[in-house]
Ligand binder design. Structure first.
Ligand code: IVH
Length: 704
């Protein structure tokens, strides 16, 4: 590096060559550092490379490379991939486990659509891999992104290009087409990969899905290229023109464009045929040579799919019918109690390790004290009333992704002298009393914010992926920083860089922290001072407020100021704020009580306010086109709708930016009245509010 020319003396050609050299050198250093955990140059030299790269880019902006190392600097992206915002969200699927749930799904579809005629469905295997979205512009693969949280994924374009059965160029595709599907690894390739890993002294993968995920998310595309990944297309995202009118034709079109599509597809008319195809696919399961974990059913007619639309994170028009769980027997060696962020005491079974469906299981959930005692939440017997004791032989099962569970116990093999399990009545962590509220199956520590376990668990939740997702601050780091007293509540995280102005050195001196990781951590923290409203609401860790609810609340209130003000003014059980909260589809009294109570507890409140002072909270985004004739207007539906259900009408109106209200008032902008409309239509007339019928409504929203 000694003979480097000053940047301002470089010619354009020299600069381009230099940028190429630097990109390569930085990439090599990254790979050595992150992928192989074996740095080959000092931090100072690494920083010098980056600085020079930046200086040249500044001087010659037009020469900036598409794979510029600057895109990965500092901040949250430093250690991983660039983020990609999905133009069309990547969703997951609702699960069904038996015929009744499949029938219920079909019934809900009929009700939602107000549909009585025939319905056609496709059925195909659910591939157990990881989903990938491939963006083709003018027939060229320009970007590949993982699902991430559904809104934002990781840019893995270079890696995806190495997947052999992915076409790089498409002939005759729409100008814009995002093809979605599953990346997976065959059993054979998985076994061979693990043999190679072992020979090279590298860690083994637990199953083909982990191997596929680990291989795709490699910072060095060269590593990905050496891993035998495959791809099945089964869906699409953004597109400039429709692929077809039906799901099965669209998939055929993807096949014609050169994609491998899911095998064993079938068009079915109803539950009987769906079940027959389910049985057929389950029968073929062992011979397929790769993992599948169920069968996906989809409404075939794409116009109906469009009408059915989405809930918060799953489409209404598809469902995954999962295969039955895989089972094994093993011995229960002990029961540990874990304290969660809401104080819940959760019993965890420590098992003699056993393989269940190809994965070694050593822990399983025991749910709660009733479950151990052989009762359900209503006091009814489960497992024929058999309780679970340490030393027992228990049957363990895994269903899909979920944590293993204990299904049954073998009384014939119960060791002599095994004692019934006594569930603790104090918190194993802080010693506070642990109580069960009436109607709650869970015993909770009453220590609140003084309970160390609750503090740590809340912090872990706070930094988790769907919450603040602070790169470099995972569960392990949170535990360590908590132990040292550096962070006790979320706000402390944002004080870290300040409070430890010399902190880089101090963090650096900790085991497992180098200067670079400390700097990266501070940059990642900085990056998160701006946060989306739904992430903040979810991050607060309020009981019953999951990701879906947080999103509902964010879209309803729009801004942190509005949300906070409403929660502050709200009173449990009465008043306009309470009513408004309950008017949100998906918010019930239990959730609302939990939310309002949390905002009225002094310590909680103080913690939230200190935190908010560090943040710039982004208003909730309205993704739907806001340019619609009903955007921003308050609409009331009354009477019978004949072409769609009330639920669909409401969902459509909201998607178009309207607010749907249950009652007519002076604020109402529009009343849609079907046959049988009574007092509301009269009220509207009295108030002079515009009233239209269902056809008028359909014309208005451009659907007639
Ligand atoms: S359709 C709008 N079809 O399963 C949702 N998904 O558990 C489109 N998956 O996120 C998904 N095989 O990654 C669909 N044949 C299949 C699938 C499939 C596997 C994955 C997909 C999804 C996940 C949900």
């Amino acid at each position: 590096m000694q003979d480097e020319r000053p940047v301002d003396q470089l010619t354009e050609a020299e600069a381009a060559a230099e940028l190429a050299r630097l990109a390569e050198a930085i990439e090599a250093a990254n790979t050595a550092y992150h992928t192989h955990d074996a740095p080959q140059i000092s931090d100072a030299d690494y920083d010098a490379l980056k600085l020079r790269n930046r200086a040249i880019e500044k001087q010659f902006p037009e020469l900036r490379r598409t794979d510029s190392p600057s895109d990965r600097v500092g901040g949250a992206l430093a250690e991983g991939f660039a983020k990609v915002r999905h133009e069309v969200r990547m969703l997951s699927l609702e699960n069904a486990f038996d015929l009744a749930e499949v029938e219920d799904w079909i019934e809900r579809i009929r009700r939602y659509l107000g549909h009585v005629g025939d319905l056609l469905f496709t059925a195909e295997p659910k591939i157990d891999g990881l989903s990938l979205s491939l963006r083709y512009e003018k027939g060229r693969l320009v970007q590949a992104a993982t699902r991430g949280d559904g809104e934002t994924g990781e840019n893995v374009t270079e890696n995806a290009r190495t997947i052999a059965d992915l076409p790089i160029d498409l002939d005759g595709a729409p100008d814009l087409l995002e093809v979605r599907g599953e990346v997976y690894m065959s059993h054979e390739d998985f076994a061979a990969l693990n043999v190679r890993q072992e020979a090279a002294g590298q860690r083994l993968f637990a199953n083909p899905r982990n191997a596929a995920a680990g291989s795709l998310r490699q910072l060095d595309p060269g590593v990905t290229a050496s891993r035998p990944l495959r791809f099945f297309a089964y869906a699409w995202g953004a597109h400039s023109e429709p692929l077809a009118a039906t799901q099965h034709e669209a998939i055929a079109r993807l096949g014609a464009l050169g994609f491998a599509t899911t095998p064993l597809p079938r068009l079915c008319t109803g539950p009987d045929e769906l079940l027959a195809q389910y049985a057929e696919i389950e029968g073929q399961r062992a011979a397929l040579g790769y993992d599948i974990d169920g069968v996906v059913y989809k409404v075939d007619d794409l116009a109906l799919q469009r009408r059915l639309g989405f809930r918060a994170s799953t489409p209404r028009w598809a469902i995954a019918h999962k295969f039955a769980a895989q089972l094994a027997w093993t011995q229960l060696e002990g029961i540990d109690i874990q304290v969660g962020r809401t104080g819940a005491l959760s019993p965890v079974a420590r098992l003699k390790p056993v393989t269940v469906g190809g994965v070694v299981v050593a822990n399983a959930t025991l749910h709660n004290e009733d479950y151990i005692a052989g009762r359900d939440s209503k006091g009814q017997e489960i497992r024929g009333g058999k309780d679970i004791r340490v030393g027992d032989w228990v049957q363990v099962y895994r269903a899909g992704d979920v944590i293993p569970k204990v299904a049954d116990v073998d009384l014939d093999r119960r060791p002599e002298g095994a004692e019934p399990y006594r569930f603790p009545e104090t918190c194993p962590d802080c010693g506070s009393e642990a109580i069960r509220e009436p109607g709650d199956s869970v015993r909770r520590c009453t220590g609140g914010l003084i309970c160390p376990a609750q503090q740590v668990e809340r912090l872990k939740h706070f930094v988790s992926r769907a919450a603040f997702d602070i790169e470099g601050l995972g569960a392990k780091q949170v535990e360590a920083l908590w132990r040292d007293g550096w962070i006790r509540q979320p706000a402390d995280i944002f004080e870290l860089p300040n409070r430890y102005r010399e902190g880089i050195q101090r963090l650096e001196n900790r085991e497992g922290w180098g200067r670079k990781s400390a700097e990266n951590l501070f940059a990642a923290i900085e990056a998160r001072r701006r946060i989306a409203l739904h992430r903040l609401i979810f991050a607060l860790g309020i009981r019953h407020v999951g990701e879906t609810t947080a999103t509902l609340l964010a879209t309803h209130y729009g801004s942190w100021a509005a949300f906070e003000a409403a929660m502050t003014r709200a009173e449990v059980g009465a008043g306009p704020e309470w009513q408004d909260l309950l008017s949100i589809d998906g918010v019930g009294a239990v959730l609302a009580t939990s939310l309002v109570t949390a905002f009225h507890q002094e310590a909680e409140r103080a913690a939230v306010e200190t935190l908010a002072a560090h943040l710039t909270v982004e208003d909730a985004e309205v993704r739907a086109p806001v340019e619609s004739p009903i955007a921003g207007r308050i609409v009331v539906f009354t009477g019978t709708l004949e072409k769609m259900s009330r639920a669909e009408a409401k969902a459509r109106a909201e998607a178009l930016g309207a607010k749907v209200s249950g009652s007519v008032s002076a604020k109402t902008d529009l009343v849609v009245a079907g046959p049988g409309a009574g007092s509301k239509a009269k009220q509207a007339a009295a108030l002079g509010i515009e009233t239209i019928d269902e056809d008028g409504w359909l014309r208005l929203i451009g659907d007639a």
